[in-house]
Design a binder for this molecule. Structure first.
Ligand code: ADP
Ligand code: MG
Length: 144
């Protein structure tokens, strides 16, 4: 069954938005984030990771493609930024396809367009848009 969540939030509401989004995607294996540069993708992922128990700084994987975090309970979190990767072939050649759908892991993927063909199940798509100067609009849509 597919579901949808829509909300508007400002910079002071990122924490509560992360909470709502986290409850919405529940146990999905993959969470994608689309939206233009500066929309707030990394800001939201960072807050979700903090709430999931990542200690210490969370930085954007802009130049490394992926950052990996291991939680105390053994769960592994992959945070991708595929802005600089130009094809699904390049993604697969880097060995990144093996990170998808691992047991006891979750992947957050910014700029997911090139890998969309691989994301057919247990995925939640988040789309963030500029609403006004200090507000963002988020639409979340999960596929079980
Ligand atoms: P992206 O990863 O989409 O390129 P970032 O999260 O790196 O975007 O940057 C977004 C910028 O917008 C940051 O300066 C952040 O403080 C700000 N921002 C994030 N979410 C909101 C929001 N809901 N309302 C207003 N500003 C926000
Ligand atoms: Mg980003």
């Amino acid at each position: 069954m597919n579901e949808e969540l829509r909300l508007t939030y400002n910079a002071l509401q990122v924490e509560q938005t992360a909470q709502q989004v986290k409850e919405f995607f529940k146990d999905a294996s993959i969470v994608t984030l689309t939206g233009s540069l500066g929309a707030g993708k990394t800001t939201l992922v960072a807050q979700i990771l903090k709430q999931l128990g990542v200690a210490g700084p969370i930085v954007s994987p802009t130049f490394t493609y992926v950052n990996v975090y291991k939680l105390a309970d053994g769960k592994v979190i992959y945070h991708f930024d595929l802005y600089r990767l130009d094809s699904l072939e390049a993604f697969e050649q880097a060995g990144f396809a093996e990170y998808l759908y691992q047991e006891n892991s979750i992947c957050f993927i910014e700029w997911p367009e090139i890998v969309m063909p691989l994301l057919t199940r247990s995925v939640c798509h988040l789309a963030i848009d500029f609403d006004s100067l200090d507000q963002r609009q988020l639409v979340a849509h999960c596929i079980k």
